[in-house]
Design a protein around this ligand. Structure first.
Ligand SMILES: [Zn+2]
Length: 77
């Protein structure tokens, strides 16, 4: 496994933590999902698979509302 390329701001030493798979830096230095790079990759993948399109979001919102109503109804019974 590769080691993190990031340098500590305080000590100036290299991080040396193991990198996150496919990244140049470790978990702490932005290798984790949630970093810009990973987020962009995820967004691209999401678009390719049809998630997060306008229609899809509307659909899911409707579904969520429906589920809420259904739950409310269950409580009333
Ligand atoms: Zn690091």
């Amino acid at each position: 496994m590769k080691q993190c390329k990031a340098k500590s701001k305080r000590t100036g030493k290299r991080c040396k933590a193991y990198v996150v798979k496919g990244m140049e830096v470790c978990y702490y230095h932005g290798g984790k999902v949630g970093s810009t790079k990973a987020r962009n990759a995820r967004r691209k993948a999401a678009l390719r698979h049809g998630f997060y399109t306008k229609e899809n979001i509307a659909e899911r919102k409707e579904l969520a509302a429906f589920m809420r109503d259904a739950k409310a109804m269950m409580k009333e019974i």
